[in-house]
Design a protein around this ligand. Structure first.
Ligand SMILES: Cc1cc2nc3c(=O)[nH]c(=O)nc-3n(C[C@H](O)[C@H](O)[C@H](O)COP(=O)(O)OP(=O)(O)OC[C@H]3O[C@@H](n4cnc5c(N)ncnc54)[C@H](O)[C@@H]3O)c2cc1C
Length: 206
């Protein structure tokens, strides 16, 4: 990885990390005409480390959502990150795009789950460290999260994981028209996940 990055830098070649390819904002485009290198990360798809006591997991960047969940489920754990692109999008892509998903109101956005990252750059590897909490110095995670590959390739991500829930409860709500819906949808985040927003005129569909 470092050798590829160094060669690209020496020859002035753009390098675009490619995770699941679900970007909707042009992040996978090289940004200028001419040759470029697309770095496909799909074979970096392992669970590198798991600490069930601290409930942290270190994942490789090419892991797609379902495989990440399957690997964690073997230990009774879940990441709890389910964007609509879950089937194809990867751990590295989640971090590089500050992804959020359908369970983020409860589990938090992906960037809120990230405890540390490693980044491969043409100058070497940047490791933001493993301390679960730190008040010292700038938070370098914030440089990498949402960077869309601009500063290097995310090569591992350590995330907070949770126990797999014993039950899952999904609700769907319907409103008679578009005017009725938004005020109630705005109320739901205030009351918290799993709790119906006050004054909902309709019952959840079974
Ligand atoms: C149908 C559909 C539904 C979607 N739903 C959601 C949603 O609910 N929530 C949401 O947040 N987004 C959603 N998205 C957008 C997209 O799926 C997310 O941004 C996702 O996180 C991208 O992950 P990916 O692995 O596909 O990344 P890619 O598309 O491969 O790459 C995205 C960007 O990140 C960079 N990148 C990828 N991997 C790395 C890496 N390892 N290191 C450094 N840079 C890297 C790429 O160069 C590119 O700039 C959706 C997209 C589609 C098409």
């Amino acid at each position: 990885m470092l050798a590829v990055l160094r060669v690209c830098a020496e020859h002035g070649l753009p390098l675009v990390p490619f995770g699941g390819g679900t970007s909707v904002v042009g992040g996978l485009a090289p940004g200028r005409p001419g040759p470029f290198v697309a770095l496909d990360l799909r074979r970096m798809d392992g669970l590198l480390d798991l600490d069930p006591v601290s409930r942290t997991a270190t994942l490789q960047p090419g892991l797609r959502g379902p495989r990440a969940e399957a690997l964690l489920a073997e230990h009774g754990l879940t990441l709890g990150h389910f964007p609509q692109s879950y089937e194809w999008a990867t751990i590295g892509g989640f971090a590089a795009t500050r992804s959020s998903g359908q369970a983020s109101a409860g589990y938090g956005r992906f960037d809120e789950m990230v405890l540390s990252l490693t980044l491969a750059t043409p100058q070497g590897t940047l490791d933001t460290g493993r301390a679960p909490r730190s008040a010292a110095g700038p938070d370098l995670r914030q440089l990498i999260l949402g960077s869309e590959g601009a500063f290097g390739v995310i090569t591992s991500v350590t995330v907070r994981v949770r126990p797999v829930p014993q039950t899952r409860h999904y609700e769907g709500w319907h409103f008679p028209d578009f005017q009725e819906g938004p005020p109630h949808c705005a109320g739901s985040p205030r009351t918290g996940p799993g709790r119906p927003c006050c004054g909902c005129p309709t019952r959840p569909r079974p």
